[in-house]
Design a protein around this ligand. Structure first.
Ligand code: SF4
Ligand code: SF4
Length: 77
């Protein structure tokens, strides 16, 4: 399972450095997975690469992106 970022994201960037899996990307930024380039999942606001998100299990007690987001934009799918 993975979290996703809703359109209430204000692109503040606070969540990105908190992710232990580097699963969070700015809108418009492509990402790499298993050697392939995946086109950005959002052009307008930050997004989470679902293949990379582990919901922070085993690392933190709660999803870090959700805990730092000022607009409650990181939600469970
Ligand atoms: S829940 Fe954790 S692993 Fe998933 S995107 Fe948020 S910070 Fe990263
Ligand atoms: S912390 Fe919340 S508002 Fe800021 S970039 Fe991440 S999802 Fe968007």
């Amino acid at each position: 399972m993975a979290l996703k970022i809703t359109d209430s994201c204000i692109s503040c960037g606070a969540c990105q450095p908190e992710c232990p899996n580097e699963a969070i990307f700015a809108g418009g930024d492509d990402y790499e997975f298993e050697g392939k380039t995946i086109p950005a999942l959002s052009q307008d606001f930050y997004y989470i690469a679902p293949e990379k998100c582990t919901e922070c299990k085993g690392v933190h007690d709660e999803p870090m992106c959700a805990s730092v987001c000022p607009t409650d934009s990181c939600v469970k799918e």
